[in-house]
Ligand binder design. Sequence first.
Ligand code: FPP
Length: 257
Amino acid sequence: MPHSAARPVPAAKGIVPAHVAIIMDGNGRWARQRGLPRLEGHRRGVEAVRTATLAARELGIRILTLYAFSVENWNRPKAEVGGLMGLLEFYLKQELKTFVKDRVRLRTIGRIEELPAGVQKHLRKTIAETAHFTDYTLVLALNYGARTEVVDAARAYAAALAAGQEKLNDRSWATFSRYLGTADLPDPDLIIRTSGETRLSNFLLLQGAYAELVFTPRLWPDFTKADLAAACAEYASRERRFGLTSDQLKSAPTPTP
Ligand code: FPP
């Protein structure tokens, strides 16, 4: 059920989701409501990225994944795509110092090799210089789509089978999932989408199989620490059953899929 973004809800005690993933939506509407160009909405969206990165850490979240650019976003007007890539490069250049100061490890998922060379260069540098931080990870989903991720994983898995590195009779998810972009990351516990839309739009479709979903009407540039805390509180109020019954859960520790 969507929660009210206006309702003040304290952060849940004890049951903080370890991995939160956010579909950042509503930059365009935020700008239109103010008679501003769409790119201004994205610029304010970058500010909200900074706010959320800090807020997640303060709330005790260990991994924050942000859907920053989808494979489908290339089909937007050329000027908007160029503007988004420019913002991304500027953000990476500016943020490196803060990441190092705040001990934030940067990671990416998606077909990074198809991004502009300048963006790739700053991504490589930031990832390398923050790789040793262990407490908190920011994952940017860039040129990401769950379907392309599965295609890439299936190709890599097929190559490993052909090379004899995997066995055809091993039909486990644990093995196959090692070929996804998220190989060394736990599944998201909570997926949030802003702007009132209630769909997943090709985001973490496999990894989110057991994630709790929270939809908030807040437009992304207006998303605050209180909104993140409210979503975490909503998460804490849910019973995650992973296919078991409620009674089974009462007599056993939390299962994992
Ligand atoms: C969705 O809003 C947002 C995007 C497609 C891009 C998200 C990008 C940012 C938040 C800024 C860049 C990110 C980083 C990490 C530097 P929309 O444009 O679809 O909004 P609308 O649905 O209201 O039109």
